[in-house]
Design a protein around this ligand. Structure first.
Ligand SMILES: O=C(O)CCC(=O)C(=O)O
Length: 255
């Protein structure tokens, strides 16, 4: 590990549920990854997820509807190319995750493990949610590592987070059928008011807790936004047997 997280950074993560690292990846590294991303998007190299399959509000109705084949995620990023594997195994990231999770870490191949794209026009917004909602592990203690391959701004659909919301208890009545926070519930409106946008530049990274409520808007610019996202867990935080979280396996790292 280059430099361990300071006690202040560890305390900030525990309190806020996220940490931002500026310029962690080099411009050259991001551009090399973008080259691979563009080639895979162009040929729609599987596995991919289309906007029509995400099914969020405003998404095209079917694959054959206008915009239906807009790619939302290049799945299985780890398996796609060595540039993504090298990033996923970056010693600085693993060291910091080890500090936060207080044990050796592994990367779960079942969740995130993708290049998220947000296209103009057909790229849909994502409501306020916790990643853990569809994940099944012994504990709600995973960390997503989100790398901005280009600038992420309010305009092109940057992440929004509610600081500290990984520590909140929310009632069933606050959530809709897909476990998004319901916009029509007064308690939620008070939460939304605490949301803040995480504007990122190329190479910036966000670590965020699997219980953190986050959302993202539409892309109102003319250029596609690309982010590489992996999820990590402590080795003792095993997936529930038979669940989707257990289905794809994991990558364990030395030390
Ligand atoms: O870029 C977005 O719309 C948000 C993606 C996200 O939060 C997720 O897939 O968990």
């Amino acid at each position: 590990m280059d430099q361990p997280l300071s006690p202040e950074q560890v305390a900030q993560f525990r309190n806020d549920g996220f940490l931002v690292f500026r310029k962690l990846a080099s411009a050259a590294g991001c551009e090399a990854m973008l080259e691979v991303v563009h080639a895979h998007l162009k040929r729609a190299i599987p596995p991919v997820e289309y906007e029509a399959q995400v099914g969020y509000d405003g998404a095209p109705e079917s694959l054959d509807a206008p915009g239906g084949r807009t790619i939302r995620r290049l799945r299985a990023a780890y398996q796609r190319d060595s540039c993504f594997r090298t990033w996923a195994g970056d010693e600085r990231i693993l060291g910091w995750l080890r500090q936060l999770l207080e044990e050796r870490v592994c990367l779960t191949l079942a969740h995130h493990n993708c290049v998220m794209t947000k296209h103009p026009n057909f790229g849909t917004a994502t409501g306020w949610h916790r990643d853990i909602r569809y994940w099944s592990f012994a504990r709600n203690e995973l960390v997503a590592v989100w790398l901005a391959l280009g600038a992420e701004t309010e305009e092109n659909g940057a992440l929004h987070v509610i600081p500290g919301s990984h520590r909140l208890e929310v009632g069933r009545h606050q959530l809709d059928d897909l476990d998004f926070l319901r916009p029509d519930v007064a308690e939620n409106q008070a939460l939304f008011a605490q949301g803040r946008v995480l504007e990122l530049q190329q190479g910036d990274v966000v670590f965020f807790h699997s219980g953190l409520f986050h959302s993202a808007g539409r892309n109102k610019t003319a250029a596609v936004k690309h982010s590489l996202v992996f999820a990590y867990r402590g080795v003792s935080n095993t997936p529930v047997e038979g669940s989707r979280s257990a289905a794809a396996g994991e990558i364990t790292f030395r030390a």
